[in-house]
Design a protein around this ligand. Structure first.
Ligand code: NAD
Length: 318
């Protein structure tokens, strides 16, 4: 290579570097402006809460409607005039929820027996319900299980089941309903993670891993949808504290009066509020996510001290 050619290449690459540096500076300034703008916007939203989206006439598919939080969600959405579709493998529980909705003379509701961990059943039930009810506007992935003992006491089948119900089921239902939502560029997907999806909890290692996975799934899905600047499909992930449904069989709460278990009907209201106000990630109570985010900035030993201070966990159920 001649000296002249080398010089031309050097000039080209140094002008490229200068351009990139200028781009970084300009985009960083814009980023700082955006950060301040969005901090202001979120403060404004705290002072002036956004109006809640209408759910009347919407088709809301909720998994795990046979008991607990899912049942309370079904009753709440039905009371707001939504057409509720409930999926559960527990047919008896599902029928009880259905009877309660019918007795209250709420909107029409549809209940299906479905094991959401089984991809084939999910697609078969989705096809049947699409024929009978129509497209889904709001999908709430709520069904979950929580075996609770030391990691080494979990059987391989148990661990497999936890991931199939708590994680894979979310993926199967998203696969079944997201394409329609994308076609119409509207819809809302809600996922039940847990406070166990924010920090590790004793006796819940596989469950915690599954709930962290749900948060990761929703965050990545957001990134995919966000790559379309016109996207109008909303995502909401909930991180609730221990709730009195029977799922947490042996809760151990240090400050029982300050941090009592949540009441399922109250939690359902918070979930609906989060969905209707298009929030992306919500702790219930609200401070859970905030405390967790700030605690993560602390040195590791300080984080352990915070966790020891609360010393709240679930005792083994064996
Ligand atoms: N209860 C809590 O303390 C708590 C706290 C945070 C998050 N959560 C999460 O909230 C969700 C609901 O919990 P819950 O307390 O209402 O539980 P629950 O046991 O009271 O009800 C769960 C329902 O899901 C159904 N279900 C389980 N596996 C299923 C499957 N494979 N297919 C279809 N349906 C299935 C069950 O039959 C049941 O009706 C779960 O994802 C749970 O992890 C619960």
């Amino acid at each position: 290579m001649s000296g002249e050619t080398k010089e031309v290449i050097n000039k080209k690459s140094s002008s490229k570097i200068v351009l990139e540096v200028l781009q970084i500076i300009a985009e960083s300034l814009l980023l700082i402006l955006k950060i301040f703008f969005y901090i202001g916007e979120s403060l404004y939203k705290i002072l002036v809460p956004p109006t809640l989206k209408e759910v009347k006439g919407k088709v809301v598919l909720i998994t795990g409607t046979g008991h607990g939080i899912g049942r309370e969600l079904a009753l709440l959405y039905a009371a707001e005039g939504a057409t509720v579709v409930g999926w559960d493998l527990n047919d008896k529980g599902n029928k009880e929820t259905q009877e309660e909705i019918v007795q209250n003379k709420y909107q029409k509701c549809y209940f299906y027996k479905c094991d959401v961990s089984d991809r084939e059943q999910v697609f078969r039930t989705a096809k049947a319900m699409r024929k009978e009810v129509g497209k889904v506007d709001i999908l709430i992935n709520n069904a979950g299980i929580m075996p609770c003992h030391a990691l080494l006491d979990h059987t391989p089948d148990e661990i497999d089941r936890i991931f199939k119900v708590n994680v894979y089921a979310h993926i199967w239902t998203i696969e079944a309903f997201l394409p329609d939502m994308m076609k119409n560029n509207e819809g809302h997907i809600v996922a039940l993670s847990s406070c166990a999806g924010l920090f590790g909890i004793r006796n819940l290692a596989p469950y915690c891993a599954s709930k962290f996975a749900v948060a990761g799934l929703m965050e990545s899905l957001f990134e995919e949808l966000h790559s379309n600047p016109n996207n109008r499909i909303q995502l909401t992930t909930l991180f609730p504290y221990m709730t009195n449904t029977g799922l947490c069989r042996k809760p151990k709460i240090k400050f029982e009066n300050a941090m009592p278990m949540l009441v399922p009907s109250e939690l359902a209201k918070e979930i609906m509020k989060a969905q209707r106000s298009d929030q992306f990630e919500v702790g219930v109570p609200n401070y859970l996510t905030t405390v967790n985010n700030y605690a993560r900035l602390l040195p590791r030993n300080a984080q352990i001290a915070v966790q020891d201070f609360f010393n709240t966990y679930v005792e083994a159920d064996l």
